[in-house]
Design a protein around this ligand. Sequence first.
Ligand code: SF4
Ligand code: SF4
Length: 345
Amino acid sequence: MKNYIVKKERLNDLIENLIKTNEVIAPVAHENFTAFAPLSSPDQIVWGAPQTVIPPKQFLYPQSEDLLAYEFSNDEVKITGLNTVKERILFGVHPCDLNAIGQMDRVWAEKNIDSNYPAKRKAMTLVGVDCLTPCSPEAICLRLGGLDPKGRFDLFLTDIGNSFSAEAATPKGEALIEGAVAAKAADKKKLSAVRKKRNLIFDKKEKKLLPKYQDLPKLMKANVDHPVWEEHGKLCYGCGSCNMVCPTCYCFDVQDYMHVSLVKGVRSRVWDGCMTEEFAKVASGENFREDRSHRLRHRTYRKLNYLFDKWGESFCTGCGRCIKACLTKIVSPLEIANEIYSRKI
Ligand code: SF4
Ligand code: SF4
């Protein structure tokens, strides 16, 4: 990791130059919410924005993506890949979303290596921006380790007064701020003071969340039959909104769109969600998770237990999107775990 200092007045010029030669995507204002969108000017960026409704994973793993086209001719099938890859700079990504992308990087390089995601990821440059105060009332990232980006970026900016600390984790990140001066000992001291203050603010906000991050899988395993599943589950509408907004949900369905001529078609993958009724229904009509409380339990276990056991980290980064999106105000996986924990003590 290399540390640099970028004067605030210089950053706008840097972004302006990047926009001239690249597609730069950042959080911009849309009525009463923010969304990642291509910039035409640095003035559009909403600094310190609340989490966007849809996470930035949409640029790597789109909600609907045509994977291949096929055509039958002379007893042969011709298959063409359809992955569209564009060089992009994703700017202003919160630490929780950098962690979520880091987790997606691991998932898509698992046993059955995907070809679409890694190609898009290789063409993407990630610029994160530190959150010095919670971005929204729903954010619970400190307790889940989501506030520390763990080097999962090309460049990471932290506001340290009249300058930005710029940490470059890759040559791509360094190239973005070419000509920036190396951070001196005094700058590094300032950065650690800013981070210390930040952590105290987040700690105060999240003080009611008691279970330790590392103990979540154990807590989950011991409470498969806890009444919280039924209590929260009966409030759930099964709408799947919590799945759709989550930066770490990656389940999908594959659909074939056959042309009426029956000689050609397109195969697409679309996001799917374990909270919907159809998700665990099989061809015979049997549904393995018909009950909404079972679906809520499954989703919580997936975030805090199954994937933790597999990857050594929680697959909830505490972004708070699911809490915000839920019409019936069902709380996040960590808050459910907290309820279980608190009733025991
Ligand atoms: S489960 Fe909720 S809080 Fe956790 S990462 Fe997904 S949307 Fe964010
Ligand atoms: S958003 Fe709320 S109501 Fe909809 S499926 Fe998720 S928990 Fe249930």
